[in-house]
Unconditional design. Structure first.
Length: 208
């Protein structure tokens, strides 16, 4: 009897408490396993938990707020994401603006879009590395449409033949960024500076 009172009943009580805590209803999510996997310790710009007691029963924060509290007191209204200054446009690390030319202005891009970087041997060499990573599968190692994908999906042109040998750096950059024909857009995958490196390498393949 003593064994039951001393060990079994408390164990059953803790088990019942734990099972009750797992149930979720209304605004109560229940007990979360490894909550740090769901709630960022750092300020997360797309979350805003202003309840200072949120998750407080687990908290070990120095400021005494709940573990899930996620608001930046240094910003107006404790928001985590700051609004950019009015009339500003985000630039890349080298100061480049986003490419804004419409997809159907391929011919205009061929005239107006100019490489802003100095083309050196190192610049072209870096372009070759990027070309191998992003382009070789279709266009082939030497730009002869001999890539494994190009062999299956016919219609990939060789760089040094016909009209393709004469297209400008602006045409190539526009195509890499927004796509053309069966080639998909790669603007979301390749940084602007890296696109220009690929363009410079492709131009060497045009002259083969």
């Amino acid at each position: 009897m003593m064994l039951i009172k001393k060990y079994i009943l408390p164990a059953l009580g803790f088990a019942a408490f734990g099972m009750a805590g797992c149930s979720a209803s209304g605004d109560n999510p229940g007990v979360e396993y490894a909550p740090q996997m769901y709630h960022s310790v750092a300020y997360a710009p797309l979350t805003q938990i202003q309840d200072e007691e949120a998750g407080g029963w687990l908290s070990n924060r120095e400021d005494g707020k709940g573990e899930f509290y996620n608001s930046n007191p240094n910003n107006p209204d404790s928001i985590n994401m700051r609004v950019p200054p009015a009339n500003t446009v985000k630039r890349t690390s080298t100061g480049m603006l986003p490419y804004r030319m419409p997809v159907d202005e391929y011919d205009r891009a061929g005239v107006e879009v100019i490489n802003p970087f100095e083309v050196t041997d190192e610049f072209i060499a870096e372009g070759k590395i990027l070309y191998t990573k992003f382009c070789q599968q279709c266009h082939g190692e030497n730009g002869q449409a001999a890539g494994k994908v190009g062999e299956v999906f016919l219609g990939v042109p060789a760089y040094n033949v016909g009209r393709v040998a004469e297209i400008t750096e602006g045409n190539i950059y526009h195509t890499i960024t927004l796509g053309r024909g069966r080639m998909g857009a790669h603007g979301s995958q390749i940084q602007p500076e890296d696109r220009w490196k690929i363009v410079s390498f492709v131009q060497t393949l045009q002259k083969q």
